[in-house]
Design a protein around this ligand. Structure first.
Ligand code: ASP
Length: 323
């Protein structure tokens, strides 16, 4: 029997712009899913966040491609969109996939069509600010030159590696927002949204729209969500692993550490940062990162503002750190 606690919202630290609204949804009696969606929508609309939604950094061709997913811990229902062009509110569309279609993941042209059918209006997702960051990095990259004239498959690995190692770090090549909410009755929901890796190969999907990789929620055990190099979370089913380790009796912190340590077995020349936030079925929360000093945020219905604890540091000791 789940312990009764005030409604709780946990998020990656870029969720600051949305966490109070998300808690207010719980205070007003809204569901954990509604809380997650309301928090993430504000991050997606934030023009200063170049890793999520509107104003996200684009792929190699200069096109913004959005990925998002939601999962509800009661009944394991889930929905996701991937490679979405020209429409905002990816996380809301993920919810609509879950509720309106007999499917869990819609990508590319299908996701665009679905957004239009759901009454969304197209928007220019690429802001001038984001375009300039994208352009400046490509211009500095002599080998890649005019990306549209090159064979991307030959160039993308080298470019991703150079961007990750760039000492000037003009903008992080990656970023995502995670929200997990637990209502007073102990019902869990998780949402993830991203514009994916900047300068990515067109059509690339990361972990964010993949249920079990970038997010997972099961009311019986807990919920988890990831940011960082999606290819790592996809290969280790990282979010699902955290929940499964709790299912088999590990406390939250051990489940997180074990899932992070699994990443060390990956043979990945592009291995870089991975971060997880998680909530157990009783509303305990924690975060982990391969990078020291990373934080996450949380706020419950009894708090006036969020707190920002440091995540546990679990380095990728067996893999080269490129970020
Ligand atoms: N996980 C995201 C992706 O791989 C990006 C990130 O969080 O850094 O698309």
């Amino acid at each position: 029997m789940a312990e009764i606690k005030p409604g709780l919202v946990v998020a990656s630290s870029n969720g600051r712009v949305g966490i109070t609204d998300a808690v207010d949804v719980l205070r007003a009696g809204g569901s954990a899913l509604e809380a997650v969606i309301s928090g993430i929508k504000l991050v997606e609309a934030n023009p200063n966040d170049h890793s999520v939604g509107f104003s996200g950094l684009p792929n190699l061709l200069g096109q913004v491609e959005l990925d998002a997913s939601v999962m509800v811990g009661e009944g394991l229902t889930a929905g996701a969109v991937g490679g979405l062009h020209d429409y905002q509110d990816a996380v809301e569309l993920a919810r609509m996939v879950m509720e309106e279609l007999p499917h869990s993941l819609i990508v590319g042209d299908g996701a665009k069509r679905f957004a239009s059918e759901m009454g969304k209006l197209p928007v220019e997702l690429l802001t001038e600010d984001a375009r300039q960051i994208w352009q400046a990095r490509l211009e500095r990259d002599q080998e890649t030159g005019d990306a549209s004239q090159r064979r991307f498959a030959q160039k993308i690995g080298a470019l991703v590696r150079r961007v990750s190692q760039d000492p000037e770090k003009p903008a992080p090549p990656h970023g995502t927002v995670n929200f997990i909410a637990r209502d007073r009755e102990g019902r869990l929901a998780v949402g993830v949204s991203t514009s994916g890796w900047a300068w990515k190969y067109p059509g690339r999907l990361g972990d964010s729209p993949i249920i079990g990789a970038g997010n997972y929620a099961d009311d019986r055990w807990g919920a988890a969500a990831c940011t960082g190099r999606g290819e790592m979370a996809m290969r280790c089913c990282t979010a699902h692993s955290v929940v499964t380790f709790m299912r088999f009796g590990m406390p939250l912190s051990e489940a997180l550490t074990t899932a992070m340590e699994d990443l060390r077995s990956l043979n990945d020349p592009y291995a870089s940062e991975m971060n997880i936030v998680a909530v157990d079925r009783d509303g305990n929360h924690s975060g982990a990162s391969t990078t020291a000093g990373k934080t996450y945020i949380f706020m419950d219905e009894s708090m006036e503002s969020y707190e920002e604890p440091t995540r546990m540091h679990v380095p990728l000791v067996d893999a080269p750190s490129l970020v």
